[in-house]
Ligand binder design. Structure first.
Ligand code: C5P
Length: 235
């Protein structure tokens, strides 16, 4: 499957998000709407981006009782989003309820599970009663997500190699990507787009290297060119 870039629209309001989207080509990237933008601007911004031709990943990371997550997932499906996500740590009953709710709709977004947030380390897992290393917990939750009918998982590119082998059919959606020439910002464990592809990622979530560039379209084109070279090199 061809890897695709998902540009993270981490903005405080719809005006800024739409302004950036107007500088991008919907045939060359997809867009991610997260909690900040969605809380500030609601479904209207998602509808507007879709009207502009963009496929939208609604990154709201649902985690609640099964019925609530099922109903929220149904609402996301009705909004027409391309991809949405929830926390695998909500358990199999919650994930299955979301899957069933989406499957009853006419439009079926891809349903992706977050395993362990990359902001959490062994100490923060211990704090909430989980006495496993982050990689062990990631593998456990990815397996649970696969058995619960999820289409894929969000994972760091470092986790992608192991997850790709264990779950060949699952989509791997990978943030924390930095082109070789760009700043790390607050990301710690970063990989270049080429490294992420080689590790088995299907979709790369990229924010500031594109959104903060003087010419976002040119920054995107540079990254796509790097990915094409990687594809040719490995083919
Ligand atoms: O600007 P940057 O490329 O760091 O943005 C990455 C995006 O991916 C942000 O929207 C961030 O919230 C999200 N993300 C992440 N790490 C995760 C999960 C999501 O950086 N583990």
């Amino acid at each position: 499957m061809t890897a695709q870039i998902i540009v993270a629209l981490d903005y405080a309001n719809a005006t800024q998000a739409i302004h950036l989207a107007q500088r991008l080509d919907p045939s060359r990237c997809r867009l991610k709407v997260g909690k900040e933008l969605f809380t500030a601007s609601g479904p209207a911004v998602v509808e507007r981006l879709q009207t502009m031709g963009f496929a939208v990943f609604l990154d709201l990371k649902f985690h609640d009782i099964p019925q609530t997550v099922a109903r929220a997932s149904r609402a996301a499906a009705r909004l027409g989003v391309w991809m949405m996500n929830l926390h695998a740590s909500g358990g199999s009953r919650m994930m299955v309820a979301a899957r069933e709710a989406i499957d009853q709709e006419s439009h079926h977004p891809l349903l992706i599970a977050v395993t362990v947030l990359t902001s959490m380390d062994e100490e923060s897992l211990r704090e909430i009663g989980i006495f496993a290393s982050p990689p062990t917990q990631v593998n456990r939750l990815a397996a649970l997500a696969a058995h619960s009918g999820m289409d894929g998982v969000v994972c760091s590119a470092q986790e992608a190699t192991v997850l790709r082998q264990a779950h060949p059919q699952m989509l791997l959606v990978t943030p924390g990507i930095r082109p070789a020439h760009s700043a790390a910002d607050d990301q710690r464990r970063i990989l270049t787009p080429t490294q992420a592809l080689r590790a088995g990622s299907d979709h790369l979530v990229i924010g500031r290297p594109i959104t903060a560039a003087c010419d976002p379209a040119a920054a995107l084109a540079d990254i796509l060119a790097e990915m094409d070279r990687a594809a040719v090199g490995s083919g």
